[in-house]
Design a protein around this ligand. Sequence first.
Ligand SMILES: Nc1nc2c(ncn2[C@@H]2O[C@H](COP(=O)(O)OP(=O)(O)OP(=O)(O)O)[C@@H](O)[C@H]2O)c(=O)[nH]1
Ligand SMILES: [Mg+2]
Length: 287
Amino acid sequence: MNKTLMQKQIQWYPGHMFKSMREIRERLKIIDLVIILLDARLPFSSMNPEILKTVKMKPVLLLFNKSSLADPNRLSYHVQKYEEMGFTGLNIDAISRMNVNKIHRLAQDLLKDKLERAKAKGLKERPIRTIILGIPNVGKSTLINTLAQRKAARTANTPGITRAQQWIKLSSDFELLDTPGVLWPKFDDPKVAYHLAITGAIKDDIMPLDNVCHYALKFLKQYYPDRLLERYEIPHEMDDIGQMLHQIGVKRGALLKGGAIDELRVYQIILTDIRNKQLGGLTFDRT
Ligand SMILES: Nc1nc2c(ncn2[C@@H]2O[C@H](COP(=O)(O)OP(=O)(O)OP(=O)(O)O)[C@@H](O)[C@H]2O)c(=O)[nH]1
Ligand SMILES: [Mg+2]
């Protein structure tokens, strides 16, 4: 990892995330089921290790969101890996509604024993209380709106939209607590930081854009060279990052007055194209 990245890493963890984590810990006592929302494009990088530690005593359901933006050939791999670790996981898409109607049932299945015990004790039936946790911008509020079939929570394509916890009643027997996205203070593997930056979980001004885009281009070159050819006419034999940036600049007319390429614009083009699926479905976590 280069020096700028290391220095930024030390100062970047915002105070409101400490507060959000504390509030999550406090709230867990009254929660029946934890939904951890992960990004299907980075199903491992988007797992916050602090959240995992915090919720380990609770029943957990993993939902891999934004599946329509991920590589369709890689979707079963992470579900299987997490299942081997003992988790229940489901690929979903909160916008296209893929598998969204399976969530309620899965939640009930995971809580079956608890619900039956409560019934046997003669306890009054009450709604299942669920909390949704995940990194910023992963689609927590969007999923809640899809489940509630109304605009109950504010959403936008930038991290840090939800600022406070908010209960939303999904049905007479199901309540869901929306929470602000939380990250963790230190990324042990720089790849994780890059994956989070490329997909917009970390604000674009946190990490140096040139490093992020160089990483993205190297990644695309290794795993999706045909998409680079198709979108930017980058030939398979071209592997110099500078040449690739130049080619994108020329192809997309991102040029400065003297004819040199406008690097900043090229970086923005690359990130916007990736985020808007202009390079097809992509999965960043590879093993
Ligand atoms: N394609 C696609 N986009 C999605 C999906 N879910 C959410 N989005 C988009 O992702 C962006 C972030 O969604 P939010 O619901 O605001 O994310 P959040 O997790 O609540 O974010 P914070 O409140 O900042 O933590 C929005 O632009 C959504 O439209 C999905 O399943 N597929
Ligand atoms: Mg939100």
